[in-house]
Design a binder for this molecule. Structure first.
Ligand code: 13P
Length: 249
């Protein structure tokens, strides 16, 4: 069975609650599409108004991060149950900005993955190499490590419904898109890694996105690759171009 494409916007640290509602209103008609899953991953404070503004549309709402404890003395953190209660369906975990600026490790990401599933949230787990790592030729080793540790303790049934986003760090926010061949090569390698951990059926079911300067013009070729099931989009998700990415065909 063909995998359904999934296009998610990652708003990062952009848009106040009122700006967020205005952006949903603007993008709503542009992202209407029946055969692609559309997700808006928004800052925590925007979640409640965005869920409300997206009611009755095809837009699912995601968070950009989450903590791995249930509740308690973790000042500033957001618990999985809070996201679920607010109407969130997806959560980005282990984005390179969280790993790079906030010291998140593969082990932290794994704890969050396990928690997300406990609460019925679909994780979008990010992985990807820096330019230095690519030049050293360790891209696939590094990405495999991120995936293997990230998925520790998860069952095949859970893994089947997860989303992995391959985001080369050097392509994020730089306008420098990975070539179609580079993106497909790593996404295929991730799928092979999932087959090794689990089995072919799980590898065939899991959805793998490419992220890094995706735009309306680069999306069609990227999303046509055998192992690329959509995109995780930063900058372009805040603009009308996001509608073009969703309706890439
Ligand atoms: P850009 O699309 O702005 O390069 O960001 C990609 C990204 O980090 C999505 O998570």
């Amino acid at each position: 069975m063909a995998r359904r494409k999934i296009v998610a916007g990652n708003w990062k640290m952009n848009k106040t609650p009122s700006e967020a509602v205005a952006l949903v209103e603007e993008l709503k008609p542009l992202v209407a599409c029946e055969d692609v899953d559309v997700v808006f991953c928004v800052p925590a404070i925007d979640i409640v108004p965005v869920v409300e503004a997206a009611k009755g549309t095809n837009i699912a709402v995601g968070a950009e991060n989450m903590y791995f404890e249930e509740s308690g003395a973790y000042t500033g953190e957001i618990a999985p149950a809070m996201l679920v209660d607010a109407g969130v369906k997806y959560v980005i975990l282990g984005h390179s900005e969280r790993r790079g600026y906030f010291g998140e490790t593969n082990e932290d990401v794994n704890k969050k993955m396990v928690k997300a599933f406990e609460h019925g949230l679909t994780p979008i787990m990010c992985c990807g190499e820096s330019l230095e790592e690519r030049e050293q030729g360790v891209t696939m080793d590094l990405v495999r490590q991120q995936v293997k540790v990230g998925f520790l303790g998860l069952t095949a049934d859970q893994a089947k419904t997860a989303v992995i986003a391959y985001e080369p760090i050097w392509a994020i926010g730089t306008g420098k898109v990975a070539t179609t061949e580079q993106a497909e090569e790593v996404c295929a390698g991730i799928r092979a890694c999932i087959a090794e951990i689990y089995d072919e059926a799980t590898a065939e079911a899991i959805r793998i996105q490419y992220g890094g300067s995706v735009s309306g013009s680069s999306a069609p070729e990227l999303f046509a690759q055998a192992d690329i099931d959509g995109g995780l989009v930063g900058g372009a998700s805040l603009k009308a171009d996001f509608g073009k990415i969703v309706n890439y065909k």
